[in-house]
Design a protein around this ligand. Structure first.
Ligand code: ZN
Ligand code: ZN
Length: 397
């Protein structure tokens, strides 16, 4: 018995000794998941074009957004975008008062810079701009960051021009060369400056702080002079149905944009769908090809799992994403057994015979179609005059 006890105590001492001798590392990773992850949004090839995902309307701390340009860039890549524009307000910066208050004691003369608040009336006031901000330098830094990180993301140079009262509104200037020289107190001249640089002008959130999305007299002057190239069909979660007719009749680019100020994880992540964006149907993701696609108006706006645009393009997009196979023909009942397979990341809500069939991403649905040639109304697609398109489905392609 003594011997047994001795053996047990001896073995315990040896174990303690081994543990004490074991090398304790200086650092220990609590998770080995360090790779950056991206949400891949799979979209079909439509009429030979790739659907690129763009958000042309975002804000950073250099106007009234909560994130830095670098954070916006990483976020855009995580969110599955191919194209991003940091379109800060040229005329006002919500964050600057706080920053200037903090920095004021360190100015050479001890005085803070003059600050003009965000609600300034740019039309009637004698004031011009708040603190000057070098947006060209911010763009260069952001572009260098993308290149340094090796992110496959096209950064479009742009800015938002804002005019109050709201009968004028807000406009994004895209593909501009020199932001610092765009500003003019007269909005018409500012937009002419955008065109002189080869840029495009998008009319943002057309009903913002107004009771209508119809043109005010002041806005009509801008349109009549040909200063507007595109219009936001949807901004964040607000869809402007009347803008589709305007875009078709006046040959304008249809845009969907997030106008994101907070982190997208906070705004869209918890709702369970992708951020608001524009799908651009282009040959390749180069500035030339994207500009060509925009000028030919090959865009579809996306928001809240809904798609908005021109009927023909929506129909082509649907038929490219959905493969329709006839499983069985029932001649006596004049019906077809169909299998619809969705090879995209977009859900389609198909109405037929009083029912809604949800065809989720990368899933199939079998249904009975009453009739000989399938046509479906797509409930989460919108075209002219607040209507859902009714699409003739290509079979066994
Ligand atoms: Zn705006
Ligand atoms: Zn904005």
């Amino acid at each position: 018995m003594k011997k047994v006890l001795f053996t047990i105590v001896f073995s315990m001492l040896s174990i303690t000794n081994i543990v004490a001798q074991q090398k304790i590392p200086d650092t220990h990773l609590t998770s080995n998941v360090v790779a950056a992850r991206r949400t891949e949004i799979t979209l079909p090839k439509v009429n030979g074009y790739t659907c690129y995902k763009a958000d042309f309307h975002t804000h950073t701390i250099f106007s009234d957004g909560d994130l830095t340009p670098r954070q916006r860039i990483r976020e855009a890549w995580h969110d599955g975008l191919d194209i991003l524009c940091l379109s800060d307000h040229l005329e006002y910066r919500r964050q600057e008062q706080g920053m200037l208050n903090a920095l004021a004691p360190y100015n050479a003369d001890g005085k803070p810079y003059t600050y003009y608040p965000a609600n300034i009336d740019y039309v009637n006031s004698n004031r011009t701009m708040g603190v000057m901000c070098n947006f060209d330098a911010i763009y260069d830094e952001a572009k260098a960051f993308i290149e340094g990180e090796g992110l496959p993301l096209m950064l479009v140079k742009g800015i938002e021009l804002s005019r109050e009262p709201f009968k004028l509104g807000h406009f994004s200037a895209l593909f501009v060369k020199d932001i610092s020289s765009l500003y003019n107190r007269d909005i018409k001249q500012a937009l002419r400056n955008v065109h002189a640089q080869g840029g495009l002008v998008i009319h943002n959130h057309p009903a913002y702080r107004r009771t209508t999305s119809d043109k005010s007299n002041e806005q009509a002057e801008l349109y009549n002079e040909g200063l507007i190239d595109g219009v936001e069909i949807v901004n964040d979660m607000t869809f402007y149905p009347k803008m589709i007719r305007r875009a078709i009749e006046e040959d304008l680019i249809m845009i969907g944009a997030s106008d994101i100020h907070r982190p997208t994880a906070e705004t869209y992540g918890f709702r369970g769908h992708f951020r608001t964006m524009t799908f651009i149907l282009a040959k390749e993701c180069t500035e030339k090809a994207i500009r060509e696609a925009l000028e030919k108006r090959r865009t579809i706006a996306y928001s809240g799992d809904q798609l908005m645009g021109e009927e023909g393009l929506l129909s082509d997009f649907f038929n490219a994403a959905i493969e329709c196979q006839v499983l069985r023909k029932d001649k006596s009942k004049h019906s077809l057994q169909l299998r619809l397979h969705n090879s995209s990341s977009i859900t389609f809500r198909i109405a037929h015979n009083g029912a809604i069939y949800e065809v989720e991403p990368f899933k199939s649905v079998n249904l009975t179609y009453k009739g000989a040639t399938p046509r479906f109304t797509i409930e989460n697609m919108w075209h002219i005059d607040y209507q859902h398109p009714t699409i003739a489905v290509e079979i066994d392609k």
